[in-house]
Design a protein around this ligand. Structure first.
Ligand code: MSP
Length: 512
């Protein structure tokens, strides 16, 4: 059973994972963790898309079986999850029998209904993109854009799926479900796309040209073609698990929204009589040097190298804080270091140490109970009241970067509060009023740090847990209750120190 079934796109196995893939996995994980914390039963799927021309070609070039390449690269994607803190429940591979069986069953169902038919395909075919091209895809001078690689004309009998027949249904569905695609401007693009008549979708390739696919159950001379295989993963992975389908959210990149996820997939499901997913989130791209990070552009960054150097949580924070979901974002080591140093090492890391250190020095390492306090305490509490509600609401609307911006503004305010109260001065005073204020200020610092760290849990689960550990805080109850200002820490014994975000060591040849 699940209330919230969430998926990532499944990655091609033609290259190792890069920051773009890591981002999608982490973004999906943050949403999954957030929903779990909000009380949903979450089911989270990711995986790899392993068939197709490119894998077949590189296998031939290397003189090894396609399955071997798929095994190697799929293992890299699978291993990335735990190293980035991803909490996926399952990892599907399109070469698994559980997937292939469902694809065959679906194809047969649609064939029996008459929604799949044999026709003749004639067209210009791009091997690199594994797709037939249309006249509108040409450059103004008649040549084919570079992204298609070598293009050749092909005429062959093939199987087609009746997309066109379902176009009016899809138009109506999108009109009724205005929030099907997030962000909204992307739904508008889908609606625009549907103003032109759809062509039926060619779903097969003759086996002699493409062996590395799933044979059609009604004609073994053909294998099914990219999208009819790949999209089905979302359904095949949970077909045997009652109560999981339909997906609540498919998280994908903007490049595969129109037409695959927003046109083919809903129509395939509707034609097969299967319930539709509730939504699609299309994120933007990580760019490097102005272009999309990709293996073919040769500008990839290995996410695991960064996670190893700085911690998975720092990478998670950077990717989620820096990117406005749906827009593109720039990646560079400098941008990463700027966030790491200012937000994590300075603001949060220092705060942790101030709390631990001062609680040790002035209260024997046990968090005092808070007294009434004054304006400074009231202001910080009021700020938290506004921040917490907004943070949760922003996360619910996929505005994670703004949520984190608010949360770190609160962290800065805690540091400001510490400066204002200056416990090191209060600690020198023999006045009873100062002693009471000292205790209140230590309690306030510890409590506000606890709240910030609890709020960070979906994004930085490990750091959040370590902060709880050094504060002597044992999370319990509902997350939204944990986010309420209270006296949970009174009497808790804190650790002497914690270096959460060590300053990077300047290495030869690297900017510090
Ligand atoms: N195999 C297809 C998806 C099939 S889903 C049924 C595919 N694979 S991919 O490996 O090219 O991309 C996997 C996901 O990573 C896609 O959602 C894609 O948008 C995303 N990214 C790949 N490069 C990216 C960036 N540079 N930035 C952000 N995400 C990008 O497409």
């Amino acid at each position: 059973m699940a209330d919230f079934y969430i998926t990532t796109a499944i990655s091609y196995v033609n290259g190792s994972p890069h920051i773009g893939h890591a981002y999608e996995l982490i973004l999906t994980d943050v949403i999954a963790r957030f929903h779990r914390l909000m009380g949903d039963r979450v089911y989270f799927l990711t995986g790899t898309d392993e068939h197709g021309q490119k894998v077949q070609q590189s296998a031939r070039a290397r003189g090894i079986p396609a399955q071997q390449i798929a095994d190697e690269i799929s293992a890299q994607f699978k291993a990335m999850g735990p190293r980035l803190g991803a909490t996926n429940d399952d990892f599907i591979r399109t070469t698994e029998e559980r997937h292939k069986a469902v694809v065959r069953e679906l194809l047969q169902r649609l064939f029996d209904k008459g929604d799949i038919y044999l026709g003749e395909y004639r067209g210009f075919y791009s091997t690199r993109q594994e797709q037939f091209l249309q006249e509108k895809d040409r450059n103004p001078d008649g040549s084919w854009p570079e992204l298609y690689g070598e293009v050749s004309e092909i005429i062959e009998p093939n199987y087609f799926f009746r997309l066109k027949a379902y176009q009016p249904w899809l138009v109506e569905f999108l009109a009724k479900n205005e929030d099907f695609v997030f962000p909204k401007f992307r739904q508008k693009q889908v609606v625009e796309f549907l103003k032109e008549p759809l062509n039926d979708l060619c779903i097969s390739r003759p086996r002699e040209r493409l062996e590395w696919g799933i044979p059609l159950p009604f004609d073994p001379g053909y294998v099914t073609y990219v999208w009819f295989d790949a999209l089905v993963n979302y359904y095949s992975a949970v077909a045997a698990k009652p109560g999981v389908w339909p997906a609540a959210l498919h998280v994908i990149g903007k490049d595969i929204l129109v037409p695959p996820h927003a046109v083919y997939w809903p129509i395939m499901l509707h034609a097969a009589g299967i319930e539709l997913p509730r939504g699609i989130l299309a994120h933007g791209w990580w760019l490097r040097g102005g272009s999309k990070m990709s293996k073919s552009a040769g500008n990839v960054q290995d996410p695991l190298a960064l996670a190893d150097e700085f911690s998975a949580d720092s990478l998670r924070y950077f990717l989620i804080r820096e990117m406005n979901v749906g827009q593109d974002g720039d990646f560079s080591r400098e941008l990463f270091l700027a966030r790491y140093n200012s937000d994590l090492a300075n603001d949060l890391g220092n705060l942790v140490n101030r709390v631990l250190n001062m609680t040790g020095r002035f209260a024997g390492g046990a968090v005092p109970a808070a007294g009434v306090g004054g304006d400074a305490e009231a202001e910080l509490r009021a700020l938290w009241g506004a921040t917490a509600g907004e943070y949760v609401a922003l996360f619910g609307r996929h505005q994670f970067h703004t949520g984190l911006e608010r949360l770190f503004a609160f962290v800065k305010s805690i540091n400001g509060y510490v400066e204002r109260r200056a416990p090191w001065k209060l600690g020198k005073s023999a006045e009873p009023a100062d002693k009471a204020l000292l205790e209140t200020s230590l309690a306030t610092m510890a409590e506000s740090l606890r709240l910030a760290s609890v709020a960070l849990r979906p994004v930085m689960p490990a750091a959040s847990e370590r902060i709880a550990g050094v504060l002597g805080y044992a999370p319990a109850g509902r997350w939204t209750d944990e986010l309420v200002w209270g006296g949970a820490l009174a009497g808790a014994r804190v650790a002497p120190s914690l270096v959460l975000f060590p300053r990077p060591q300047p290495a030869a040849g690297k900017a510090p």
